[in-house]
Structure formats: C-alpha cells, structure tokens
Design a protein around this ligand. Structure first.
Ligand code: GLA
Length: 668
C-alpha cells in the first residue's frame, strides 16, 4: 500500500460523454483523489456482443488517469452480465426457492454454479487481462462486486448437482449424511445423494442441518468463483494486490474464509447516519473488517458522501459527519477511504445516491467537504503504519450466525446482530477497542474474550476458549451458548457442551421472556438491575452466583455466575441484562472497563488509539451535534489543529482531534 491514505471512489465514465472525462480528472486532482475503481459494471461496454470486444475506451481511460497520477483499482465486470448473455443462455439466470427464474434488467442476475456463466466470466476476465493488465496505472485488482449481495442463494438444477458433489466430499457416504442431518426425523432418510435437494420450497421447516450445509455450500460456491478470477489476475501481474469488496456483517458469506484469500481486505459501509446506533454499528463493522485477516491491510472501498437512495427514507449526512465517519475508519486502521461513486449518475437506479461530485457540481456543500478531507488526508500521511491494538476479542462465526437464526427456535426474534450490539455498545462507549475472532483462532494476545450467544460450537472451538481461560484469560459468555455442534445437533446434558466449564452453573431449561416483559436481577450487595428477553433456568454449580433473577417465575435462579478456572476467570450471563447490569460484569474485568476515568471519553465521543514504534495516535471523534470537551492525558499534539495540547481538548459538533504522543505515553 502507498504511504498516503487511499482516497477516491468508483468511477463509471462509460456513463458520460468523453469530454466529461477530462473534467473528471481535473476535479479529481482538486479533490486529492489518488485511487479510483474502474470497470465494475462495464461488461456490456467491454463485450457488446459475444466475443466482440471493445477495449479502446478503457485503454484511453487508463492512459488519462495514469497520466494524471491517479491509481486505478481495476475491476472485473462479472457482477452484472450483459443482456445478450442471459438472452442467449437463460441457464445463467438464478432461480429462487419456488423455482422462479430471475430476469436481467438490474444487476447480479447470474447463477454462480452455471457452467455457461462461469465460462463466460472466465473469458471476459482473461480478455481484460490480455488487453490491459500491463498498464502501469493499475494499482489494485478489484474482483467482481459485493458477491452475493442481491442473490445469495440459487436453487437451480446446477446448484442441486454441485451441492450433491459438495456433500459427497464432506460426508463420504449417504449414511454419514443421514447421521449428521438427523434424517430419522420426519422420515427424511436418504438412500442416495441423488435424492438430496437444495432447500427449495417445502411445506414447513426444512431440515435445519440441510439448511446450514446449504449456506456453507453457497458460500463456498461464490468463493470458488472468486478464486478462479483471482488466479487469472495473479498469473498476469502477481505483484498487484487483489481485493473484493465486502459488506461488513453480511450474513450469507463467511468473510473470515474469504479474507484469508485477499491481499487487501475492503468493505462497503453504509451505516445509517441518522440512526442512534449508526456510529456504533459503523465502528463494529470496521472492527470486524480489520479483524478478518489480521495480516493484511484493510480499507473502505465504498461509503456515501451523504445520502444513499435505497432505504425507505434516506437521511443526508449533516455537515462534518462525512469527515467524522472517515476518521472513524482511519482511527480503526483503514489504509484508504473511497466512496460510491465519483460522479452522480444522470440516469439509472442510483441517480439519487450521493456522490463525490453531485448533480449540481462543485457548488454542492458535499464537494467542499470532499476537497477538504482529501487535502487533510494527504497531509497526514500513513501514521507510520500505526496499528490498532485490542486487548479484547469478541468471538464471532458465520456458521454460528447461520445456525442461530435458522427458524424453529425458542425465540425466533433472537438476532445475532442484537446480541453483538448488546455486548459491544458499552465497550464502544468506554473507548475499549475490540478485535473479532473466530472461536478456533489463537486468543493468547488478548486479555479478555466476550462470547455473545455462541449457539453453535465445536469441541475444538470450545476447548480453545476453555484453555484461554485456564491459561489466565477472562471470558464473558452470554446465554444461548454451547447449544449445538457443527451439524446443528444439540450437545446433550445441561446446555453448554464444550463451554460448560466456563458456566459455573447448569442450564437446565431456556426461557425466553414474554415480549416486552422485564425481570429484576439482584446482586450480592442487594442492588437491583433489570433484564429482558431471556432468562436461562439454571441450577447452581461450582461457580459463584453474583446475581440472581429476583422477580417473575424464575426468581432465585442464577443470572450471573463467576467461575475460577485454572489461572483465569469466566463470567456467565444467563439473561439479557440491562446496560447497568452488563456494566457491573464488565467492571470486574480490567480490559473491559476502559481507560482510567480521567481519560475516558464522554459519551458521543468515540475514542480509538493506534500505535507505531515511535508514536501513539489517539483519535477522538465527536459524533454528537453539540461541542464536547474531553479530558486527555497531557503532552499530546493535535495533528489536525497542528497545536500542542494540555489536559483537555475541545471538539466542535462532528469535530475530530488526532492526538499524537511519543510511544509510552498513550493511555489505553
Ligand atoms: C453497493 C454497490 C454499489 C452501489 C452502492 C450504493 O455498495 O457496490 O455499486 O450500488 O451499493 O449504495
């Protein structure tokens, strides 16, 4: 990656007459743009009819951008096949669970298992490479676009065939599949792999293990297509980093598996600027993306300068908010922040999506912010490669997400996103930075791990968390954890499976509370906090009961249990505690309690620290509409204001300070 923060956006010049390109490049220079994504939706322009190619415009564009010193993130165009392809070969179109075939006319209308699509996708990528791969303007490869965004699951015959082959590889024999899926239930026993179907329309709940494997398989099918494209690009220019744009907490794809295959992890973040939780969710999105592959850089590939156009009501970012949100990404380690898109379209489904250059041109207030931020970022350099250091890990896995939210559960309104927000929100407010980790990942570098509803846990994953605690770590584990194995079959006995050593009590029943009902939880000192949504029915075990359910039918049952295990400690939280209750658990764990009160950021002010070998950089970002004064450790230097600081810093509404200190003086 370059030493400058990457700055720019998707550039779709095929939507504009040639003379506009010259203006674009001139204005990109004014805005400090140093990277643009080109070609994302250009298939129909590059191959207007089958095997008739038109690359002249792309050569000219690359020359123009390269000549102006603007790097190109060159995309493969496979996310939106041209109409001729699906007209000539309807089998490239995906099919939904009812058997209905999609049509062209928007985008992403392809079936990733269709041999016809795959062959044509390969061919256009090979053609792209043979035409332009040597161009010196290319700095990054951008494969496809937001894999699976609109059509995550296809149920066509090609999928059925590939699914069966995938199952054969996974299980070896149909007997093993029957065992893993529990097909003794409802007479679902298969005599042959040929009888197995994708989870198409069924009268009632489909077999949950089948559904889980279909999610695994569908993820693998998209990843396989990605790898095929990546190999073509790598063979041509191995030194050019490859990325594909993720979407943060996007349920259909296991981005941990994907990120292992990328040179740069990139993401598209469209957190709602008007939502009370928007900035917290955005921070969590970035923490996840930074954590997906802890050995490669990451960047924001897309975000909006102001409004999107695809929500029911699309709030604009208020003045300064776009800048503040960009610094949020930089604070959490982003090596670049790009936008969708450079110039707002005149026509098409996204013409009212904001852009760097609005319909009104340079007169828009957005333009002034875009230019201002570009200049500022160019002046800041790359923070000497300073990294975000987290002492806390949050365990998260896609298979758990898939299984947890499959239907026919005690509470079908239990969402993993809600559970994550519940445990993440107090940490965000306290300025505690979190890495996300797969449950099987080495955890030694962390002091504490938070485990929100790890419903699906394998023996190996459970052993990993238990041994982390035994060796001195602290774990905070919530209800509905350790319930099933990798096939979605229940770990029998009191609930908890391989996580039981951390629970200190026996969870013998699970009891979702009636909607809207709360219970009180009484702590050892007699004080009470609240809980809602869920209360385990637990009996005491070898742990120490720190709080009990104090009202309602489960009065007296353990609500929070602390357990000493080896050199470490675990806390089991058996109900959805209110913020005050959860804070009481966190207050027992130094890594979860945040910086010392004097350095703790006020609410509304996000705080993150990056550290290099020479300096620490404390980012303070005021997401609120009022000015804030924040107490800080003395002797810092405000990089943005270019002035030394005492023990406080004033932040205007949406204001940002980056406090640089010699390494060793940072608090956090
Ligand atoms: C996604 C896509 C872009 C565009 C934006 C709009 O991120 O990748 O092509 O549609 O959404 O927000």
């Amino acid at each position: 990656m370059s030493e400058r923060t990457r700055y720019g956006g998707d550039y779709n010049p095929e939507q504009w007459p040639r003379h506009v390109w010259d203006e674009d490049v001139r204005l990109m220079g004014q805005a400090g743009v140093n990277l643009v994504t080109v070609g994302v939706f250009s298939w129909a322009h590059l191959e207007p009819s089958e095997r008739a190619y038109s690359f002249g415009w792309l050569h000219e564009l690359l020359d123009l951008l390269g000549g102006a010193g603007i790097g190109v993130d060159l995309s493969t165009p496979t996310a939106s096949p041209p109409p001729w392809l699906s007209t000539r070969y309807p089998d490239v179109l995906p099919v939904d669970a009812t058997g209905a075939r999609y049509s062209h006319g928007s985008r992403q209308h392809f079936c990733v298992c269709s041999p016809t699509y795959r062959a044509r996708a390969r061919r256009i990528v090979e053609q792209l490479v043979s035409e332009v791969a040597e161009h010196q303007a290319i700095e990054m490869w951008h494969v496809h676009n937001e894999y699976a965004c609109h059509v995550p699951y296809c149920y066509c015959d090609a999928h059925a065939q590939s699914f069966r082959a995938w199952l054969k590889r996974r299980y070896g024999s149909v007997e093993a599949l029957n065992g893993a899926w529990g097909t003794a239930f409802w007479s679902q026993r298969y005599g042959d792999f040929a009888e197995v179907m994708p989870p198409r329309m069924t009268p009632t709940f489909v077999n949950p293990s089948q559904d889980l494997d279909y999610k695994r398989f569908s993820n693998d099918a998209f990843l396989d297509e990605f790898l095929e494209e990546r190999e073509i690009l790598r063979a041509a220019r191995p030194e050019i980093p490859v990325t594909t744009n993720f979407m943060g907490f996007f349920k259909p794809l296991d981005y941990f598996a994907w990120a292992a295959e990328l040179d740069v992890v990139s993401t598209d973040n469209y957190s709602d600027p008007a939502s009370p939780d928007g900035m917290m969710l955005s921070a969590m999105h970035y923490d996840l993306v930074r954590s997906l592959n802890k050995h490669v850089p990451w960047m924001v590939m897309e975000q909006a300068t102001s409004r999107v156009n695809w929500r029911e009501h699309n709030s604009a970012k208020v003045p300064g908010q776009m800048r503040a949100m960009n610094y949020q990404a930089v604070a959490r380690g982003a090596s670049g922040t790009l936008f969708f898109q450079w110039r707002a379209s005149r026509a098409g489904a996204e013409k009212f999506h904001s852009a760097m250059l609005s319909h009104s041109g340079v007169g828009s207030p957005v333009w002034a912010e875009v230019v201002g931020l570009g200049a500022e970022l160019a002046g800041l350099g790359d923070f000497e490669g300073a990294v975000v250091q987290a002492r806390v890990a949050m365990l998260f896995s896609w298979p758990n997400w898939w299984a947890l939210e499959a239907p026919a559960k005690p509470a079908n309104d239990l969402s993993l996103a809600d559970q994550l927000s519940w445990v993440y929100r107090p940490l965000y407010r306290a300025g505690v930075t979190v890495d996300f980790c797969r449950p099987e990942e080495p955890l030694d570098r962390y002091e504490a791990v938070v485990v929100p509803s790890l419903y699906l846990v394998t023996e190996q994953q459970g052993a990993n968390v238990v041994s982390f605690v035994e060796r001195g770590g602290t774990a905070v584990l919530s209800f509905w954890s350790g319930i099933v194995d990798e096939f979605d079959a229940v770990h029998l006995g009191p609930y908890g499976g391989p996580l039981r050593p951390l629970m200190g009590c026996d969870v013998v029943e699970v009891a979702p509370l009636p909607r809207g009902e709360t219970v009180e939880v009484e702590w050892e000192d007699g004080t009470r906090t609240g809980a809602d949504f869920w209360a385990d029915v637990a009996t005491e075990g070898d742990g120490h009961v720190l709080a009990r359910v104090a009202t309602g039918p489960w009065r007296g049952r353990p609500a929070v249990v602390g357990t000493q295990l080896g050199a470490g400690r675990a806390y089991y939280v058996a109900a959805r505690l209110d913020p005050a209750g959860l804070q009481r658990v966190y207050d027992r764990v130094p890594a979860l309690s945040g910086p010392a009160a004097s350095a703790r950021a006020d609410y509304g002010v996000e705080r993150v620290v990056r550290v290099s070998s020479h300096h620490s950089y404390e980012f303070l970002i005021n997401h609120s509409a009022e000015g804030r004064e924040v107490e800080i450790a003395p002797d810092g230097f405000d990089l943005l204001a270019a002035s030394p600081l005492g023990d406080r810093v004033r932040l205007s509404p949406m204001g940002v300070a980056i406090v640089r200190r010699e390494t060793g003086r940072a608090h956090g």
